[in-house]
Design a protein around this ligand. Structure first.
Ligand code: A3P
Length: 320
């Protein structure tokens, strides 16, 4: 048999199958043929078994910290660019390949049973993350945290202001969320980042296209603030771990890790910011804006056999 030289062959192949230009990494150990040609030095035990997918501003950093306290769970190494988040499945890092991803996790030891996890809060509403994650980590467990999408939108706006985003500083929250189609592009971009992640049912459906509902746990972010120990118990059951870790102490309006000697270690200043309450007009606007999304979410959670978060029950009372 004669074939073209490799580069021409690749060019020919991708001209015939252009959709395959975008890679979809799979677990090399899932297919014997792939495993056989993979380096003997490498192991498939260096992938996470748990992904915390976000969305942003729902308490994902607190959860990441709490999970890291568990003796059986090991988080990723921090990234220079994106701190505790790897942000592999959603954006350009994906094209750096699976070796790049694996480098974020320690080499597994023979003695301990390592349970790696990572949290990247923008996986939740990414168009591509669910498909990519399921191709590489088909058996992974997935955790999402939901708070009232109106509060999430407001928290994101305040986050942008705290980071001196000129658009967030220039426009009021109400201006941002109610901006029309003819508004300046930058304002529309901020509006989308405030509002779109809150279309919870749409994003969750995308994850459910690729993962079985038993692999997905939906947490109530409101409860993570007020009763973190019971949320952590729920997670332990979901993960099949049984080491209790209740080491939290109330401070600055949140629960914090209790250290030896009675001191507490809380999340930094950037988490749990103090800002004025949302204005009444914005509350009314967002209640209306998210009404259908929240109804869809309640149907979806019912189908998944998962309880409704407290904030969602409250919202549904207001819509009836
Ligand atoms: P606010 O700063 O708007 O109050 P994320 O880590 O996903 O960006 O979420 C940040 C939010 O986590 C904070 O938003 C805060 O409400 C919430 N949170 C939950 N538990 C917390 C804790 N123990 N300490 C600080 N913030 C916590």
């Amino acid at each position: 048999i004669q074939t073209l030289p490799p580069i021409q062959l690749a060019q020919k192949y991708f001209s015939l199958f252009p959709s395959e230009r975008d890679p979809l990494w799979q677990d090399p150990c899932e297919d014997k043929r792939h495993k056989d040609i993979w380096s003997k030095e490498k192991t498939c035990d260096r992938f996470p078994k748990l992904l915390v997918i976000g969305p942003q501003k729902t308490g994902t950093t607190a959860l990441y910290l709490f999970l890291g306290m568990h003796p059986d769970l090991t988080s990723n190494y921090p990234s220079k660019e994106t701190f505790e988040e790897i942000q592999f499945f959603n954006g350009h890092n994906y094209h750096r390949g699976i070796d790049w991803y694996m480098e974020y996790f320690p080499l597994p030891s023979n003695t301990s049973s390592d349970y790696y996890f990572e949290k990247s809060a923008n996986y939740f509403d990414s168009e591509v993350a669910a498909q990519r994650a399921a191709a590489l980590l088909p058996k992974a467990k997935i955790i999402t945290i939901l708070i009232n999408p109106a509060d999430r939108a407001y928290s994101w706006y305040q986050h942008q202001r705290a980071h001196d985003d000129p658009v967030a500083l220039k426009y009021s929250f109400h201006n941002v969320i109610t901006a029309g189609h003819d508004a300046p592009v930058k304002l529309r971009v901020l509006q989308n980042r405030c509002l779109v992640p809150g279309w919870y049912a749409i994003h969750l459906e995308r994850w459910l296209n690729y993962y079985h509902s038993s692999q997905l746990l939906v947490l109530d972010g409101q409860m993570l603030k007020t009763e973190p120990a019971s949320v952590m118990d729920k997670i332990q059951k979901f993960l099949g771990l049984n080491f209790p870790f209740r080491r939290f102490d109330p401070k600055k309006g949140f629960w914090c890790q209790l250290l030896e000697g009675g001191k507490t270690k809380c999340l930094g200043k950037s988490k749990g910011r103090r800002y004025p309450d949302m204005d009444v007009e914005s509350q009314g606007f967002l209640r209306e804006y998210y009404r259908d999304h929240n109804i869809e979410l309640s149907k979806l959670l019912y189908r998944m056999g998962q309880p409704l978060p407290s904030w969602l029950r409250e919202e549904l009372v207001h819509t009836s």
